[in-house]
Design a protein around this ligand. Structure first.
Ligand SMILES: NC(=O)C1=CN([C@@H]2O[C@H](COP(=O)(O)OP(=O)(O)OC[C@H]3O[C@@H](n4cnc5c(N)ncnc54)[C@H](O)[C@@H]3O)[C@@H](O)[C@H]2O)C=CC1
Ligand SMILES: O=C(O)C(=O)Cc1ccc(O)cc1
Length: 312
C-alpha cells in the first residue's frame, strides 16, 4: 500500500471544497494529519462536530509544520487568508489554492508568500451548488479534472513539489492537468463562469415575469429551467468574487455570446428556419462529440453523485 503523500496538510476554509478535501484525503490515505482553520467561528464548531480533522483556532496554528497548505476560501478572500498564515509556513512547504480564477489568485498569494515556500495554484473542476462544511463529500474529486497552474520556473525542488501535489490529487481520484493561468481563466470563462451568469440572469428574469404571470412560471418550470435554478442556487459570495476577478475574460466571452444570441434573435424575428436548424444541429453535434470523447461529467461531479454523502 502507498503511504500518504504529505505527513501534514492544512486546509484553510472548511466549506464545500475544504471539507471534501479533508474527507477525501482521509479516506484515501493521502495525508497523515489534517489541520483545518476557518475564519468563521460557527463553521469551526461545525467542522469539529463533523470530525473533519484537527480544527485550529488560528490559521497560523493550522499551518505550522504543514507540508502543504490549501486555501479553500472565496477568491476575494485569498489575499487576506494568505497574509494571516504565510509567516507561519515552513520553508519547503507547498502553498496552493482551489480558486475558480487563477491569475488573480496567483497574484494575491504571491504578495505574501514567503521565500522558500512553493506556490502552486490549483482548481478542481468539480463542485456543486451547495456550500458549508456539511456539503462536503469524499468522492467529489473522483474522475474529475484537477488543473494545476504552476509558475514558469524549473528548479528541481519546485518540480518535485509539483509532482507531490499532483500525486496528492491523483490519490483523491482526480485527473491532473497542467495549464497556464491565463489560459485557464479564458477556458473557464466560457465553460463555467458564463453558464453561471446566464443561470443567475434567467432565474431572475423568470421571477420578475412571475409577478405579471400569475404563478405560471414556477408552476410549469420543468427540465431546462429547473437545471438553471440549481446552478443559480450557488453561493453568491463565491460567484461575485469569480466575476470581479475574471473580468476581462468574462466580458470578452459575454460579448461574443451576445452577438451569437442576437443572430438567433434575428433568425426568429425574420422566420429564418434554415439558420435556426443549422445552429441547433451544430450544437447537437457538439454535445454528441463531448459524450463520444468520454468528457461528459454531468452525471459525475456536478451535484449529482452525492449518494454516498452523509445526510445531515
Ligand atoms: N463550490 C464549488 O462548486 C467550487 C468552488 N471552487 C472554489 O473553491 C473555493 C471555496 O469554495 P466553497 O468551498 O464552495 O465555498 P464555501 O462558501 O462552502 O466555503 C468557504 C469557506 O471559507 C471561509 N473563509 C472565508 N474567508 C476566510 C479567511 N480569510 N480565512 C479562513 N476562512 C475563510 C468561509 O467562512 C467559508 O466557510 C472558492 O475559491 C471557489 O471559487 C472550486 C471548484 C468548485
Ligand atoms: O455545480 C456545478 O454545476 C458546477 O459547475 C460546479 C463548479 C463550480 C465552480 C467551479 O470552479 C467548478 C465547478
Amino acid at each position: 500500500m502507498i503511504g500518504p503523500v504529505f505527513d501534514r496538510i492544512a486546509i484553510i476554509g472548511a466549506g464545500l471544497i475544504g471539507s471534501s478535501i479533508a474527507l477525501a484525503a482521509r479516506e484515501n490515505g493521502a495525508a497523515g494529519k489534517i489541520a483545518i482553520y476557518d475564519a468563521d467561528e460557527e463553521v469551526r464548531r461545525r467542522a469539529r462536530q463533523l470530525g473533519l480533522g484537527e480544527v485550529c483556532e488560528t490559521a497560523a496554528n493550522a499551518c505550522a509544520d504543514a507540508d502543504c497548505v490549501i486555501l479553500c476560501v472565496p477568491v476575494g478572500a485569498i489575499e487576506a487568508a494568505c497574509e494571516a498564515l504565510a509567516p507561519s509556513m515552513k520553508p519547503g512547504a507547498i502553498l496552493s489554492d482551489v480558486g475558480s480564477v487563477k491569475e488573480k489568485a496567483l497574484a494575491a498569494m504571491q504578495t505574501h508568500c514567503s521565500e522558500g515556500v512553493h506556490l502552486i495554484p490549483g482548481h478542481p473542476i468539480a463542485g456543486t451548488e451547495k456550500s458549508g462544511p456539511e456539503a462536503g463529500f469524499s468522492t467529489l474529486f473522483r474522475d474529475a479534472w484537477y488543473i494545476l497552474t504552476p509558475l514558469p520556473q524549473q528548479e528541481e525542488a519546485y518540480n518535485s513539489a509539483l509532482d507531490r501535489l499532483a500525486a496528492f490529487w491523483e490519490m483523491l481520484g482526480s485527473k491532473v492537468e497542467i495549464m497556464e493561468a491565463g489560459r485557464h481563466d479564458r477556458v473557464l470563462a466560457i465553460t463555467s463562469h458564463l453558464p453561471h451568469l446566464i443561470a443567475y440572469n434567467i432565474v431572475s428574469t423568470a421571477y420578475d415575469m412571475e409577478s405579471v404571470g400569475e404563478g405560471e412560471v414556477v408552476k410549469y418550470s420543468a427540465g431546462g429551467f429547473r437545471d438553471f435554478t440549481r446552478i443559480a442556487a450557488s453561493d453568491p459570495t463565491m460567484w461575485r468574487d469569480v466575476f470581479l476577478n475574471n473580468r476581462e475574460a468574462v466580458l470578452e466571452t459575454l460579448g461574443r455570446f451576445s452577438e451569437d444570441l442576437a443572430a438567433l434573435q434575428r433568425a426568429i424575428r425574420w422566420g429564418d428556419g434554415d439558420t435556426l436548424m443549422k445552429e441547433f444541429e451544430r450544437a447537437r453535434g457538439i454535445r454528441k462529440a463531448i459524450i463520444d470523447a468520454g468528457q461528459d461529467t454531468s452525471d459525475v461531479n456536478f451535484g449529482r453523485n452525492m449518494s454516498d454523502k452523509p445526510k445531515h
